[in-house]
Write a protein that binds this ligand. Structure first.
Ligand code: NDP
Ligand code: 2IT
Length: 451
């Protein structure tokens, strides 16, 4: 490995060794930069790698809230404002019991590069809490969100830092967060959050954007590799949240047969093809479990997730696998099963869903891999389009936003492809995405001086 990269990775390991997800994300990006770093000595002189992996600011705070039984609960809130190089800090909020500093830093680090790939003026950030919205009443979620925003508001703003959703944060949570921000600020600053409801400043297509964008990217990737897009392909999709549902919707529109989806309890397999409307009712309306699908589909099969096998979905035979749940869900073992079953392409809807060894295994077995920071960038890109509509005090139609999203995803695909090919790494879109975004960011860093 290049000496400079090795030195920086060692330093980060020494400082942040316990943050394993953060280290993994940095390692993936920096090792992919080998050919760039070797041919650009000015990068080391300007300490680009050291600066890129050190957040501009990391905030952690107490979030006290009262549950429906009158008991006082305390959670921890975070916001990592990683990089404002090319625009206001931008990135989602995750509410999930596993959230910790390492998870927030890995997500914030990824977001810098993803946002650069969109071609839009947005910096990188992420935040969230170890609060678990599952099983909480609407009023409990509202009180938590209000308490969270009562601290967060002082750090954000439409030209400063613009949060949005991620796992456990959807339209309901964004609504409560926005209401509290507006109340504290006593002003309508629409662009301070994205993923807002359509009645108070949200953008059409933002709900669908990450899933649709993933499929637009995949379509381009498949077409460029001699395959006829999604028509007639079997697809499995992990998760059944925002990203999974709209990836499924667009894949179905393009003629795919989606046979399996999941949640953290297990996965369903329907050999006749999953009926998406039923999943939407279970998940978006009833906030239920994926197992409930069997109530109306006796032919479907349910496999429980276990501690040893948390993602049984990857044992199912498929042409295309779309991990749309969480980080590290495709282990090397899962990758081996997918390859043995003849998978041709992986599309990362989730952030960092594929372990490093699994990525290598896919590449060495000729499986196409659409990397998260490129393939799921449609969500944040549409957030940026929401911000621009808020600034203009104007709305685009569904078709207008969808067309912009489609173009952005195509541009991202070609920028990954060209960057990979320029450095002799044909079909390695992981390297392509890392190189394309890094070159843009490092140029901005050098031009802005030592800040
Ligand atoms: P949601 O909360 O809407 O859905 C998450 C889904 O993944 C649920 O089905 C959930 O199951 C499952 N899941 C979450 N954590 C785990 C886990 N540890 N083990 C097993 N299953 C799990 O989130 P999103 O759909 O918004 O996010 C999914 C992924 O996509 C995340 O990695 C997120 O970072 C990424 N992403 C999201 C974007 C967005 O715009 N929303 C944009 C780009 C990326 P259960 O309900 O049982 O917990
Ligand atoms: O990971 C992501 O890109 C998101 N959760 C969306 C972020 C955003 O600001 O829309």
């Amino acid at each position: 490995m290049n000496e400079y990269i090795e030195k920086v990775l060692k330093e980060i390991e020494k400082k942040d060794g316990s943050e394993k997800e953060f280290l993994q994300a940095v390692r993936e990006v920096y090792t992919a930069l080998e050919p760039v770093i070797s041919s650009h000595p000015e990068l080391e002189k300007n300490a680009i790698l050291e600066r890129m992996s050190e957040p501009e600011r990391l905030i952690s705070f107490r979030v006290p809230w009262v549950d429906d039984n009158g008991k006082i609960n305390v959670n921890r809130g975070y916001r990592v404002q990683f990089s404002s190089l090319i625009g206001p800090y931008k990135g989602g909020l995750r509410f999930h019991p596993t959230v910790n500093q390492s998870i927030i830093k890995f997500l914030g680090f990824e977001q810098i590069f993803k946002n650069a790939l969109t071609g839009l003026p947005i910096g990188g950030a992420k935040g969230g809490s170890d609060f678990d919205p599952k099983g909480k009443s609407d009023n409990e979620v509202m009180r938590f969100c209000q308490s969270f925003m009562t601290e967060l508001y002082r750090h954000i703003g439409q030209d400063v830092d613009v949060p949005a959703g991620d796992i456990g944060v959807g339209a309901r949570e964004v609504g409560y967060l926005f209401g509290q921000y507006k109340r504290i600020r006593d002003a309508y600053e629409g662009g301070v959050l994205t993923g807002k409801g359509l009645s108070y400043g949200g953008s059409l297509v933002r709900t669908e954007a990450t899933g649709y964008g993933l499929i637009y990217f995949m379509r381009e990737m498949l077409k460029n590799n001699g395959s006829n897009s999604f028509e007639g392909k079997t697809v499995t999709i992990s998760g059944s949240g925002n990203v999974a549902i709209y990836a499924c919707e667009k894949a179905l529109q393009l003629g795919a047969k989606v046979v399996a989806m999941s949640d953290s309890n297990g996965c369903i397999y329907d050999k006749y093809g999953i009926e998406l409307q039923d999943i939407k009712t279970i998940k978006e309306v009833k906030r239920g479990r994926i197992k409930d699908y069997l109530n109306n589909h006796k032919e479907a099969v349910y496999t429980e997730a276990t501690a040893e096998n948390p993602f049984p979905i990857w044992s199912i035979k498929t042409d295309i696998a779309l991990p749309c749940a969480t980080q590290n869900e495709i282990t090397l073992e899962a990758a081996k099963k997918l390859v043995a079953n003849g998978v041709i392409a992986i599309g990362e809807g989730a952030n960092m869903p594929t372990a490093l060894e699994a990525i290598e295994y896919f590449h060495s077995n000729g499986v196409l891999l659409a990397p998260a920071k490129a393939a799921n960038a449609g969500g944040v890109a549409t957030s940026a389009i929401e911000m621009s509509q808020n600034s203009m005090r104007f709305y685009y139609t569904f078709e207008e936003v969808d067309k912009k999203l489609e173009n952005i995803m195509k541009n991202i695909f070609y920028s990954c492809k060209e960057s990979a090919e320029k450095y002799g790494l044909k079909n390695n879109y992981v390297a392509g995405a890392n190189i394309a975004s890094f070159l843009k960011l490092s140029q901005a860093m050098i031009e802005q001086g030592v800040v």
